[in-house]
Design a protein around this ligand. Structure first.
Ligand SMILES: [Mn+2]
Length: 347
């Protein structure tokens, strides 16, 4: 009996052939890439300098080019790996859409073209978030196991931060921005055969830097999935961020969305504490019951993939975290194997 889901690895902001070999060595079948800016020299090198395709078009930096995407997928498949998803377009592709600023219509038009190009290139999952001022942490100095490098957050420390966008942006306005964006891009995603996968706001507090964080609760996500009601709209279910909401929320939400087939893929990590104060930690410690999470997926017939998520920095690690990710990925693969064996024994 197979579990029906698989472990991948990823969050590469740039990738080299060595990285892909490393992924193969970990025994995973697929990878994800994070907000690639294909204009960057490292990406030009990876994709190959000689294109059977004309020069860059004028708007290239505002959207992804079909041939870049096709080459990306092919290069990864050449290593025997599947490109499971790309997570997030570069921030400047849709920063105005996030806050409803002038110029958002042009960005949305470009975003639609990116979706079409993803579909044409055979890449069917695009992760996204709807959080104008991104991930916040207030400490990188909290003690962790063996002195590993982890991040932590304390809401009291962050509460009085200055506004990040020149003014306050409340929840009602953020919901309007979200509806404006998602109702325009989703029909195009459907047509292109691309799934849009929404990550929760990390940390899931009400507001930071004057900007409301609307994807911070189960109710918020129910609302988001209702506004963007499509089989092509679902969740990048980040167990860390959902765990930071505290209590049983992470299990309830995962059960609900995986049952509805709207959890497209998962970020796996562990945490100690929850809002208003938490630290990241190794996946085999912390407050989240990772086995319970995997069992929910198994029970609900989840058929997507899992990846590790900002792992602790281990001794002599690289910025991407080769050592930390090897530990996390191996641990996850071992747990999956254990659950598979337990299922086999039970039937
Ligand atoms: Mn995450």
């Amino acid at each position: 009996m197979s579990l029906g889901f698989r472990v991948a690895v990823g969050q590469f902001k740039e990738v080299t052939p060595d990285d892909l070999s490393f992924c193969k060595q970990l025994g995973v079948t697929g990878i994800t890439i994070n907000r690639p800016d294909f204009e960057a020299p490292s990406w030009r090198t990876f994709l190959g300098k000689h294109y059977p395709y004309g020069p860059a078009d004028f708007n290239k930096s505002a959207k992804w080019d079909f041939m870049d995407l096709l080459n990306l997928r092919r290069r990864i498949e050449d290593f025997g790996l599947k490109l499971e998803a790309i997570e997030n377009v570069p921030y400047h592709f849709y920063d105005k859409a996030l806050i409803g600023a002038e110029g958002r219509d042009a960005q949305i038009e470009n975003y639609c073209e990116t979706l079409r190009n993803l579909g044409r290139a055979g890449i069917n999952t695009l992760g996204y978030h709807f959080c104008p001022n991104l991930v916040w942490r207030t400490s990188t100095a909290r003690p962790a196991r063996g002195g590993a490098g982890v991040t932590a957050f304390n809401y009291d420390d962050a509460r009085h931060a200055p506004v990040t966008h020149g003014r306050e942006i409340g929840a009602a306005e953020m919901w309007e921005n979200f509806e404006y964006f998602i109702t325009r891009v989703l029909p195009v995603a459907e047509e292109a055969g691309v799934r849009m996968s929404l990550h929760a706001d990390d940390p899931p507090v009400p507001t930071l830097g004057g900007v409301a964080r609307i994807m911070n609760s189960l109710d918020g996500f129910r609302r988001a999935m209702k506004i963007g009601n499509s089989p092509n709209h679902g969740l990048t279910f980040c167990v860390g961020t959902w765990g930071q909401m505290g209590g049983e929320t992470v299990y309830e939400a995962l059960d609900e969305f995986s049952r509805q087939k709207r959890a497209f893929y998962l970020h796996m990590r562990n945490i100690k504490g929850s809002v208003p104060d938490f630290s990241e930690c190794f996946i085999d410690e912390g407050d989240l019951d990772v086995v319970r999470i995997l069992r929910i997926l198994k029970t609900n017939g989840f058929d997507g993939f899992l990846i590790d998520d900002h792992v602790p920095q281990m001794t002599a690690d690289t910025p991407w975290g080769h050592r930390g990710r090897a530990f996390s990925t191996g641990y996850l693969r071992g747990l999956c194997r254990g659950i598979e064996e337990a299922e086999r024994a039970a039937h």
